[in-house]
Design a protein around this ligand. Sequence first.
Ligand code: GSH
Length: 216
Amino acid sequence: MVLTLFGSPLSGCTRRVAIVLYEKQVPFTLVEVNLAKGEHFSPDHVEKQPFAKVPYIDDDGFILYESRAICRYIEKKYPDQGAKGLIPTDPKAEALFEQAASIELSNFNPYATGAAYEVLIKPRFTGQPSDPQVVASLFANLEKNLDVYEKILSKQKYLSGDAITLADLFHIPPAVALPAAGSTAIETRPNVARWVKDLTERPSWKKVLEEFRPKA
Ligand SMILES: N[C@@H](CCC(=O)N[C@@H](CS)C(=O)NCC(=O)O)C(=O)O
């Protein structure tokens, strides 16, 4: 049975999983969970994703949620298909991958996704204006951390070394939302900008942009 991805085509977390499914050439069907209509609060959805978030997958009856866990599962299930080595197997290389994945989760995602929420999502979905002080604080933290990224990426091509891993791919959806949220943090750091360009030029992201468009 073909893997089913339950999520919202515009949500960064759903898109993160789709990037990896395309990278790994794993066929899948997207079943839209309409966040604007609150479908993620339905009893059926909450039974699968108890935190009432998207996405989750159904892989022949195996239910899994948390976008990064899903990506790891896909890479481990299909190590020899599509892009290879997205989780390195050598212990030191794997440890460096985990370090980079942890950096993304601790030092990038809270600020980048937080800013995207505050500027782009909150006003649209809650009717509340974004709070300039909150945005300024998120941007300040992001800039401080991206200064460190800039140093790391001046010495190596990707966040855990010279080969791409899931840790790099995890960044794509929030990174892409930053300019629209009013941040220049990426474009003003040449190595960070080079890295994001490299990631977003991959066919997997282009396919997400083609296939995961807002419905008219
Ligand atoms: N850590 C979770 C986060 C899931 C999450 O926050 N999803 C967002 C979309 S990116 C969502 O469902 N938002 C709806 C809501 O919070 O009501 C993951 O990576 O899957």
